[in-house]
Design a protein around this ligand. Structure first.
Ligand code: NAI
Ligand code: MG
Length: 492
């Protein structure tokens, strides 16, 4: 055990009962209500934050609208916006220790991993800081007596609704492109993990983002989230979360037909062929499902293994899993932390019971790790003997539970891989080049990883097929989500 000491600025932040940021000002809920924030490693309350309701969301949207309409952000010289966004990325990195601790305490993430994530969130701002100077339009090949060109314009007021699995990274994924393309935003972090987004709003002001351009409201999905999704003065919603809530967002958005992008659930296949580097495949597949306690939308939760190596691969996977050290987030030797909440723990252990009753065999883990105290610890769990039609192979568990499914060959692997309502990601382990690319073409998924898994980069667009959602975030294609295209006709 190597417990990390809580930094004084972290204690100070928590003791100061963090506020929302609306119009650049620290703001409490109009009702004065708050809700508690819990450390999943201990099940202890660490602070309270404002519980925003419709009126608070109205105020935040009004602030974002005013900031958009008077062009205090989009009207700045593009190079100036670059400077500010880059500086925000720098400030995240400069405050990496404080932010990592907040993230770890809030979500249960291992501190070392939280630190890597804070760095990545900074990188997202650095990447998007390059875009304000690259919002090019086109000239169109019409007739000689016409001059037609296109303008890229910001969409307006954006709403971002994000989950608890990567709190600061998700905040960066919504805020950085919105601002890079000239929009303003109201962000609602998940009620389980509001802290780093609240701190980010403060850092943004320090970086020079004008007041009202980034507003952060904390509250529950059915209250603050719903109010934002249905708001008539919000022009675009970017949502990441469950497929079930994605549907609700779509319904809520119909009043003013706001633009919507949805990053939803997954049940991603991780396919292992006999010609793969077995050590690498076992270790990679293990991280693919157990990193972040399996709470990753792209988690490789269905491990498809060619029959000829099935038993041997399970042995390697179980051995690799044994090296995953379960423990509290604020211990720098922890490899896997708790799941985020009591509710999530019950959901995950409930699915483990379902897997057993469906006749799958637990070959590793299978229980709550009670020896670690009151925290929400679930052992990394591997099911063998899974059929693809079982519930544990079809439903997103969002916890440390892998389902190993035998397959016959490449075609069968692709067929099983696609036999799901989801289409977020897929991983394939093989040293046969043509096999790798056949799978890459064959699977219906927004991302395919060959001989690695869980890779992200701000340059590379991300999103889902089928019920994993629509729209693409990051990379050049994020421009579609955050801009309007205007065609201008001039008669000569
Ligand atoms: P969720 O989808 O309910 O929460 C995500 C965000 O949506 C949160 O900010 C929440 O406050 C907000 N929200 C909830 N209901 C809303 C509504 N009616 N209108 C507007 N916003 C709303 O996810 P939850 O309940 O935390 O987790 C349940 C399951 O969802 C997980 O077990 C997992 O399977 C899945 N999930 C998937 C994620 C992904 O990235 N694919 C992320 C989080 C959860
Ligand atoms: Mg929910």
């Amino acid at each position: 055990m190597a417990q990390i000491e809580v930094l004084s600025e972290v204690s100070k932040f928590l003791e100061g009962s963090p506020k929302m940021t609306i119009g650049g000002k620290p703001t409490e809920a109009g009702s004065g209500k708050t809700f508690t924030v819990i450390d999943p490693s201990t099940a202890q309350v660490i602070t309270e934050v404002p519980r925003a309701e419709m009126g608070d969301v109205d105020a935040a949207v009004a602030s974002a609208r005013a900031a958009f309409d008077d062009k205090r952000w989009s009207g700045l010289r593009p190079g100036k916006r670059t400077e500010v966004l880059y500086k925000l990325g720098e400030l995240i990195k400069r405050n990496i220790n404080e932010l990592s601790q907040l993230e770890s305490l809030d979500s249960g993430k291992p501190i070392k991993i939280a630190s890597g994530e804070m760095w990545m969130a900074g990188e997202v701002f650095r990447y998007f800081s390059g875009w304000p100077t690259k919002m090019f339009g086109e000239t169109n090949p019409t007739t000689d007596d016409q001059f037609v060109y296109t303008l890229r314009e910001p969409v307006g007021v954006c709403g971002g609704i994000i989950p608890w699995n990567f709190p600061l990274i998700m905040a960066a994924w919504k805020i950085a492109p919105a601002l890079a393309f000239g929009n303003t935003i109201v962000l609602k972090p998940a009620e389980q993990t509001p802290l780093t987004a609240m701190r980010l709003a403060e850092l943004a002001l320090e970086a020079g983002v004008p007041e009202g351009v980034i507003n952060v409201v904390t509250g529950f999905g059915e209250e603050a989230g719903q109010a934002l999704a249905q708001h008539h003065d919000v022009d675009k919603i970017a949502f990441t979360g469950s497929t079930e809530v994605g549907r609700k967002i779509l319904h809520a958005s119909e009043g003013n037909l706001k633009r919507v992008t949805l990053e939803l659930g997954g049940k991603s296949p991780n396919i292992v062929f006999p010609d793969a580097d077995m050590k690498r495949a076992a270790k990679g597949s293990m991280f693919g499902i157990f990193l972040n306690s399996g709470q990753i939308c792209t988690a490789g939760s269905r491990i498809l293994v060619e029959r000829s190596i099935h038993d041997e691969f399970i042995e390697s996977l179980v051995a690799a899993t044994a090296s995953m050290r379960l423990g509290p987030g604020m211990d720098d030797e922890t490899g896997m932390g708790p799941v985020v909440s009591e509710q999530q723990m019950k959901r995950v252990t409930g699915y483990i019971d379902i897997g057993r009753s469906e006749g799958a065999e637990v070959v590793s883990g299978g229980n709550r790790a009670e020896e670690l105290g009151d925290g929400y610890f679930v052992e990394p769990t591997i099911f063998a003997g899974v059929r693809n039609d079982m519930r544990i192979a079809q439903e997103e568990i969002f916890g440390p539970v892998a389902a190993v499914i035998p397959v016959d060959d490449v075609d069968h692997a692709i067929e099983v891989a696609n036999n799901t309502i989801y289409g977020l990601a897929a991983t394939v382990w093989t040293n046969d080049l043509s096999k790798a690319h056949r799978v890459a073409r064959g699977v219906k998924a927004g991302t395919v990883w060959i001989n690695s898994t869980g890779q992200y980069d701000p340059s590379t667009s991300f999103g889902g097929y089928k019920q994993s959602g629509f729209g693409r975030e990051l990379g050049v294609h994020s421009m579609e989500a955050y801009t309007e295209l205007k065609s201008v006709w001039v008669s000569l």
